[in-house]
Design a protein around this ligand. Structure first.
Ligand SMILES: [Zn+2]
Length: 72
């Protein structure tokens, strides 16, 4: 299965976003609202906004991570 940079998936109720890291030179899934611990990349919000699950994503973010910097 192929993913695009920034693509969101929800697995076992946990949001993750797909990231191809230029520093680590590998691909990985990063937890919701978290930045890449290698290069500091943040979830690309323009892609999140285009997903049909964006509203649920933001709702989950607010509930589970009050310190998230996500702003709509
Ligand atoms: Zn990275």
């Amino acid at each position: 299965m192929e993913y695009k940079e920034g693509e969101l998936i929800k697995e076992d109720g946990h949001w993750m976003w797909y990231h191809v890291c230029p520093v680590e030179k590998t691909d990985m899934f990063v937890g919701k609202g978290e930045e890449c611990s290698w290069c500091g990349a943040e979830p690309p919000l323009h892609i999140i906004r285009n997903t049909k699950d964006v509203q649920q994503y933001l709702k989950d973010m607010k509930q589970e991570n009050a310190h998230a910097k996500i702003q709509v």
